[in-house]
Write a protein that binds this ligand. Structure first.
Ligand SMILES: [Zn+2]
Length: 358
């Protein structure tokens, strides 16, 4: 789409009208396409909102049996989407947000049969995707994400959101609405693992790494929708010697996307963790195109910025390659490729959860 890949000059910050109990103190920048999309959907589209059950989440039904659940970011980053699928015998929740407000109660209100068991799965371990896990006993993720997910399984994950007075730093919300912490069990699954929601309603785990060591998507075989989490960016290992460090590379993302590529055309909707939802399958092609481009010409990108890591103080160069139709692929220049001998691990060959115990 022409005209979408220009730089964010004169960027604005305007609120989007909402009845949510959270009030952002630090607004999201008005990114091209993404911001008007969010404004249109949130101010103009039919939504379900049950403030007595959960005043922090808006639910948008996009299929007969599936909802996109919107929550504002509590820490100054991008507002987020979680996804809910009601299968014939089981319910699946994909990501659990910040853990502020009763997500489980909302799920049971939205589905037709609240007696059905809930399967909780995560795309990755970041604060905005898994802090609500404490409402669920078991939470599934990819095997390379297990070590990061285990670090988030503690009662202090919310501490950084508040100042000394107990007020939200980036977003105003009631501290008492943080869910009670109950330890949950992270369970790692292989690339291609199938979840059965009953009567042949299958959802498949699809590794699309890079953003974290084990970021993955979930592919609903019936609606042919894929929920890709934060697949549009690449991060960097979080500590020295981190397992699966090779998975942060653009090349790893490219190689995993190539594995799924034969099925791109059958995909109906692409649903990321932030921004525009229900994108056509070509969004996957565009993402793969960007990865192919970066692997061929890593220095030919639209933006280059030096960034100091807020915790470690280590400087790295963050590159941004524009993806067609308004999205971007962010990556760390030091992390474009992985060593050849890691290929089997990156592709998940013979990766078994029991090989990565606590
Ligand atoms: Zn993330």
């Amino acid at each position: 789409m022409p005209g979408t890949n220009f730089k964010n000059i004169g960027i604005k910050y305007r609120p989007i009208k909402s009845e949510l109990k959270s009030k952002r103190k630090v607004l999201e920048p008005e990114r091209v396409i993404r911001w008007p999309f969010m404004k249109a959907i949130r101010e103009g589209y039919k939504k379900s909102f049950f403030p007595k059950i959960n005043p922090y989440v808006e639910a948008y039904q996009f299929r007969d049996n599936a909802w996109a659940l919107f929550e504002e970011s509590m820490d100054g980053a991008g507002d987020l989407w979680m996804y809910l699928i009601e299968g014939p015998e089981k319910i699946m929740i994909i990501d659990t947000g910040f853990g502020v407000g009763d997500l489980k109660g909302l799920i049971l209100k939205l589905v037709s049969d609240p007696e059905k068991p809930i399967i909780c799965v995560n795309t990755h371990n970041h604060y905005d995707h898994c802090y609500g896990n404490a409402q669920f006993d078991e939470c599934y993720c990819s095997i390379p994400e297990l070590h990061l997910m285990r670090q988030k399984n503690n009662a202090h994950v919310w501490d950084y959101l508040f100042n000394e007075k107990g007020e939200g730093i980036w977003t105003e919300f009631d501290k008492n609405d943080v869910i009670e912490f109950v330890p949950w069990e992270p369970i790692g699954v292989e690339n291609g693992h199938i979840f059965d929601l009953g009567k042949g309603y299958l959802v498949e785990c699809v590794y699309i790494t890079g953003h974290t060591a084990g970021q993955c998507g979930y592919y609903d075989h019936v609606n042919r929708d894929i929920f890709i989490g934060d697949a549009n960016s690449c991060g960097a290992p979080q500590y020295e010697g981190e397992p699966f460090a090779e998975n942060y590379s653009v090349q790893a993302k490219r190689d995993q996307l190539r594995l799924f590529k034969p099925r791109f055309d059958e995909v109906n909707g692409v649903f990321p963790g932030h921004g525009m939802i229900d994108q056509p399958s070509k969004a996957l092609n565009y993402l793969l195109d960007a990865c192919e481009w970066v692997c061929e010409h890593p220095d030919w990108v639209e933006e280059k910025k030096t960034r100091k890591h807020p915790a470690t103080g280590v400087e790295s160069v963050i590159y941004t390659k524009y993806i067609q139709e308004g999205s971007t692929l962010r990556f760390n220049r030091d992390n474009v490729y992985y060593p050849d001998d890691k290929k089997d691990l990156v592709l998940g060959r013979d990766l078994k959860a029991e090989d990565y115990p606590d």
